[in-house]
Design a protein around this ligand. Structure first.
Ligand code: ATP
Ligand code: MG
Length: 152
């Protein structure tokens, strides 16, 4: 049965790295990737909105074809995850939706982020806000399965 993977975790928790373990048969979708234009990272509200729209269009196409999908975003809140769960539930094919809860200490994520180029590094305040906003995934949201990843 095809699967939608929903990683859930703050920046640096290892979401994009984990994708590499799944294999190239899984379609990688990342709103962030749609923010790159000519090598620069555009983040105006308008561009962000457009990037998300494009990412969901890619998901729509992949789901219509019955592909496995990895939606590589932080997906921290019930609301942020709702649309993906809805799309999988209403797909032509029966889908599994696997929540991947990245449980990695805040300090470890912070340290990893410090290694990144400045324009791709969230501020400490932004990281703290995201950590606070995280809602632990629950099967009642509609996940078929929830797995914990990480934890060092
Ligand atoms: N399991 C792991 N053990 C050690 N280092 C890891 C692990 N997973 C990821 N890393 C390292 O941590 C850094 C951040 O990982 P990654 O880019 O996968 O995070 P992310 O959750 O996708 O972050 P973002 O939300 O900003 O995209 C990378 O340098 C990666 O090599
Ligand atoms: Mg990433």
């Amino acid at each position: 049965m095809p699967t939608v993977y929903v990683p859930i975790g703050i920046p640096g928790s290892g979401k994009s790295t984990y994708y590499e373990t799944l294999g190239s048969h899984v379609t990688h979708v990342s709103p962030d990737n749609h923010l790159y234009r000519n090598g620069t990272y555009a983040t105006s509200p308008q561009r962000r909105k457009e990037a998300w729209r494009q990412a969901f269009t890619v998901v729509e196409g992949a789901i219509a074809r019955g592909e496995d999908v990895y939606f590589d975003a932080t997906n921290l809140t019930v609301k942020a995850r709702q649309r993906l769960l809805w799309m999988a539930r209403h797909a032509r094919h029966a889908y599994r939706v696997v929540g991947l809860h990245f449980v990695v200490p805040f300090d470890v994520c912070e340290e990893r982020n410090r290694q990144r180029p400045a324009n791709r590094r969230p501020t400490l305040e932004a990281m703290q806000d995201m950590e606070r906003s995280l809602e632990v995934p629950d099967l009642r949201e509609g996940f078929t399965d929830i797995r914990r990843v990480g934890g060092q």
